[in-house]
Design a protein around this ligand. Structure first.
Ligand SMILES: Nc1ncnc2c1ncn2[C@@H]1O[C@H](COP(=O)(O)OP(=O)(O)OP(=O)(O)O)[C@@H](O)[C@H]1O
Length: 263
């Protein structure tokens, strides 16, 4: 078991951000967490990272039970987390290689001396993610797509059991997006790959390797299960409450509006 949420609810002030979430993620699975703006995806990620505790329900992430101790520090070292907001925290002047190396210490910035083994590993990850050519470039001079690859390599440095990719294609053009998705798919297929949770509101980004999907709507689980069952014309028409059509092509779903589907 990688993590488990049991009847988890989260309240802020008068508002329930999440209600009765049940979600069990096992090793060997790769999940998509799909939801529209404001569905509560960030709220779930904050829980998984140990930044917040549920108001109700039980949670267990990587064997750590919530509610007993402060977990954010311990989870930070075991969960690879890639988000757009992380980009802004990277120190000016750090090059791509240093950013990747910092992942070994779960720090932003390099404060400790990396071992030769760590350096070798960082080079290997830069190579796998196609970033070796710009390893010596300052991180802030890289394009969005290049930056995201470097952050994924950084996240993999600590050999996490869980890798969370929070809307990693934000701000990418079509080509850069497809290239990044290709790298993610390759990383997911590595023998020692972590379980991946891929957070998105774009159906087209769902790769064949993401065999499970949870649809989150207004803070509740709308449905969850095998991706092919979740990402269907019927299910998504109910989810969006407008008729849509899903066409699978090369094992990737394409979404469009449908005019005449009976709900
Ligand atoms: N501290 C808070 N107090 C009250 N409401 C909040 C608080 N934090 C978030 N919300 C609300 O909870 C809802 C879920 O927010 P969340 O950021 O988790 O959504 P999201 O699925 O990540 O959306 P997006 O895709 O736009 O980032 C939103 O309506 C948001 O305004």
């Amino acid at each position: 078991m990688v993590f488990q949420l049991e009847s988890v609810s989260l309240r802020r002030g008068d508002k329930w951000l999440l209600q009765d979430i049940n979600w069990q993620v096992e090793q060997g699975q790769h999940w998509v967490l799909f939801g529209l703006n404001g569905a509560g995806k960030t709220a779930i990620l904050n829980l998984l990272n140990g930044y917040t505790f549920p108001t109700q329900g039980n949670m267990n992430v990587l064997g750590l039970e919530f509610g007993k101790t402060y977990l954010a520090e311990r989870l930070r070292k075991q969960i690879g987390f890639v988000s757009y907001s992380l980009q802004e925290k990277i120190h000016p002047g750090d090059n791509a290689f240093e950013v990747v190396l910092s992942g070994a210490f779960a720090s932003i910035g390099l404060y400790e001396t990396p071992t030769d083994e760590m350096r070798k590993k960082a080079v290997g990850l830069l190579e796998n993610l196609g970033c070796l050519v710009y390893a010596n470039r300052e991180y802030h001079t890289l394009s969005q797509g290049e930056k995201q690859r470097v952050l994924i390599a950084r996240a993999l440095m600590a050999e996490p059991k869980l890798l969370i990719l929070d809307e990693p294609t934000n701000g990418l053009d079509f080509i850069a997006r497809e290239q990044l998705l290709e790298s993610i798919e390759k990383a997911a297929k590595e023998p020692a790959a972590p379980t991946i949770v891929y957070v998105t509101h774009h159906v087209e980004e769902i790769l064949p390797v993401f065999n499970k999907t949870l649809l989150l709507k207004e803070g509740k689980v709308f449905s969850s299960g095998n991706t092919t069952d979740m990402i269907s014309s019927d299910n998504l028409s109910r989810f969006f409450q407008i008729p849509v059509q899903v066409i699978w092509k090369s094992q990737r779903p394409l979404l469009s509006r449908a005019e005449e589907i009976e709900l």
